[in-house]
Design a binder for this molecule. Structure first.
Ligand SMILES: Cc1cc2nc3c(=O)[nH]c(=O)nc-3n(C[C@H](O)[C@H](O)[C@H](O)COP(=O)(O)O)c2cc1C
Length: 378
């Protein structure tokens, strides 16, 4: 069985190892445009040996943004600064990937450290950031403090599907080689999938197949422009953790339907649909790995496990035991961008710092030999 440091070829693309930077919004873009912050932030992980570096949730239109600081890809001007980032990631051995997103009823939100609540006049005064109208499958608010979204017409749905495809096309033109659709954590794609947010009675609502139509049409539209040799992934909240929410069984069926439309990997997360009811999460190390395992076995598709994965042996075991094909690491990589290099050493895949860039690896290897010889450090 393959382990954490074995490459994985999906279609014509080789991912150098099984470690993926989980997409993490930085809230630092201006009008959706990337800048030096994104370059510096993402570059660390390529230098740190992460096989696939995934850019954060990137809005497919201006109103698709969650916060005023979200990255976007709705014009060619948005694509331009990504080129330098993508080129750096590629030339340092990582596969550059991007997550495309639409916030739906969770649009027009304050950054986490400004409260994670809807923007209002106070934000205009404090930061010059005005709220904008939000859209959703049904006029059902995310929670009591959120506004009701505008119910999308079939025309609106078709236009958002087109926005995803247009952004995917820009993504491949700047050299991105893997693409993920954000269909989890309560954002627009998830809002359509979950009966908690989708109360439509037309062909985009109702039973599971109605609720899945938007996601399936998005997958088809993206596959129409996204090169055949590049992986396409979907991040799905496999369960809402609510009896009347999206279930694991439905997500397995969704995975099969997506697989038949050219999706290669399901990135298995959970929760986030909102509502004012308490949700009981079994939070702990690798708490969503079991969901990945269920989707992988149930749908016969490659999966990515995510959520509180921080130990190298555990991550390696998840791959070796067939619970996932990839692991996405978020906060642990923020804490230690060189986590992959340390994991390789811990797993005895790289005892001589040969996976590090030589600018640091050569010195660290030399120091290690001195340490070992003199018995200076355990
Ligand atoms: C700062 C930050 C920003 C995040 N932004 C996104 C995002 O843009 N897209 C997404 O799918 N998940 C996002 N997440 C969730 C992470 O990708 C990941 O699923 C979550 O943090 C659990 O993994 P971890 O325990 O390894 O951090 C974010 C998490 C953090 C901490």
């Amino acid at each position: 069985m393959a382990g954490l440091f074995d490459p994985l070829t999906i279609r014509g693309t080789e991912l150098p190892n099984r470690i993926v930077l989980s997409p993490m919004s930085q809230y630092r873009a201006v009008d959706g445009i990337a800048n030096d912050w994104h370059f510096a932030h993402l570059s660390r992980f390529a230098l740190g040996g992460v096989g696939t570096v995934m850019l954060e949730a990137t809005a497919v239109s201006a109103e698709a943004r969650r916060t005023p600081g979200d990255l976007g890809l709705w014009t060619d001007a948005h694509a331009e600064p990504l080129e330098r980032i993508v080129e750096f990631l590629s030339s340092n051995g990582s596969v550059p990937a991007i997550q495309l997103s639409h916030a739906g009823r969770k649009a027009s939100e304050r950054r986490p450290w400004h409260g994670e609540t809807p923007l209002d006049d106070e934000d205009v005064e404090l930061r010059g950031e005005s709220p904008w109208p939000s859209f959703g499958p049904s006029p059902v608010a995310y929670s009591a403090v959120w506004p009701e979204p505008i119910e999308m017409t079939e025309g609106d749905i078709a236009s958002v599907v087109g926005d995803f495809a247009a952004a995917a096309d820009r993504a491949q033109r700047v050299g991105l080689r893997a693409l993920e659709v954000y269909a989890g954590h309560g954002f627009l794609q998830h809002q359509f999938l979950s009966p908690i947010a989708n109360q439509r009675t037309d062909r985009y609502g109702g039973d599971f197949y109605g609720r899945a139509r938007f996601a399936l049409e998005t997958a088809e539209a993206i596959r129409g422009v996204w090169p055949d040799e590049f992986p396409l992934m979907f991040r799905v909240s496999v369960t809402d953790w609510l009896d009347d929410g999206l279930s694991v069984e439905e997500s397995i069926e969704l995975a099969k339907q997506l697989r038949d439309r050219g999706v290669d990997v399901i990135d298995c997360t959970s929760g986030g649909i909102g509502g004012d009811r308490a949700v009981r999460f079994p939070l702990g190390e690798g708490y969503q790995v079991a969901l990945s395992e269920q989707v992988r076995r149930g749908a016969g598709i490659a999966t990515m496990a995510v959520g509180m994965i921080w130990d190298a042996s555990h991550a390696d075991g998840v791959i070796r035991n067939g619970q996932a094909d990839l692991v996405a690491i978020g906060r642990e990589l923020l804490d230690e961008p060189n986590w992959a290099h340390h994991a390789a050493r811990q797993l005895e895949v790289d005892s001589s710092h040969s996976l590090w860039p030589p600018e640091s690896g050569w010195w660290l290897g030399k120091r290690q030999r001195a340490i070992d010889k003199l018995g200076l450090r355990p």
